[in-house]
Design a protein around this ligand. Structure first.
Ligand code: AP5
Length: 218
């Protein structure tokens, strides 16, 4: 199972990736998570990426293509993987095709999470993330049992610096301008499937599991 989850910020790609990876036993490769870990660790990559991320702009293509190309060489990706938040430009998609050529066959399916901007804005501005384990909550849709505290590990919850309304609006604009053209790119390759990102978490998970069963990916 080699999948790409494509869709605007707040579509629920990260939330579904975590559950899908648990169910199907493949690694979750999120360029956003890799970049945030580099920022937290004070690595040169993080220092370079932070100014773009804080503004809701894309980190340069060559940087992210390099990260993913290296990650795909790891042994745990042999049985498959889920790419979340990558590719985000046509140049990145071409870079991915190149990287896969050398090591294994191409992408099986690209899932396009169609999501209304209103839903995305509400989800992102209400998102809270555990500082310790990275688990995502939402103040209304998925609140923790105890306010500000992670149910899983007891860590403190925080709001991502790019989840304020002004930056979210820019992220949505960047998505429309630079990432949405990938819908046509993958549609042209005949591997794009559309789902509604506006569905609830469990309903969307059922739709996705049905798609994989139908395509005999699971
Ligand atoms: P990244 O971390 O990838 O952020 P994003 O694409 O903006 O995606 P999000 O994590 O915001 O949304 P999501 O769809 O995963 O939603 P989630 O499941 O978390 O990227 C951050 C930055 O890094 C970029 O702006 C850029 O600077 C840089 N970057 C990363 N990749 C790059 C690349 N390839 N190229 C260049 N730069 C790159 O859910 C959101 C909220 O909604 C949560 O609170 C969740 O609990 C809730 N929720 C989720 N699903 C549902 C549902 N079905 N119903 C109700 N609530 C839900």
């Amino acid at each position: 199972m080699k999948l790409i989850l494509l869709g605007p910020p707040g579509a629920g790609k990260g939330t579904q990736s975590v559950e899908l990876c648990k169910r199907y036993g493949v690694p979750h490769i999120s360029t956003g998570d890799i970049l945030r870990q580099s920022v937290k660790a004070g690595l040169p990559l993080g220092l370079k990426a932070k100014s773009y991320m804080d503004k809701g702009e894309l980190v340069p293509d060559e940087v992210v293509i390099g990260i993913v190309a290296e990650r795909l060489k790891d042994k745990d990706t042999e049985k498959g993987f889920i790419l979340d938040g990558f590719p985000r430009t046509v140049k990145q998609a071409i870079g991915l095709d190149e990287a896969l050529k050398g090591i294994r066959s191409g992408i099986d399916m690209v899932i396009y999470f169609q999501t209304s901007p209103k839903v995305a804005i509400e989800r992102l501005t209400g998102r809270r993330v555990c500082k310790n384990c990275g688990f995502n909550y939402h103040i209304k849709n998925m609140p923790p049992k105890k306010e500000g505290i992670c149910d899983k590990c007891g860590g403190a919850l925080y709001q991502r610096p790019d989840d304020n309304e002004a930056t979210v609006l820019n992220r949505l604009k960047v998505y429309e301008d630079q990432t949405k053209p990938l819908v046509d790119y993958y549609s042209g390759k005949g591997i794009l499937k559309k789902v509604s990102g506006d569905l609830g978490v469990n309903d969307l998970f059922k739709v996705l599991s049905g798609l994989f069963a139908e395509a005999k990916l699971a």
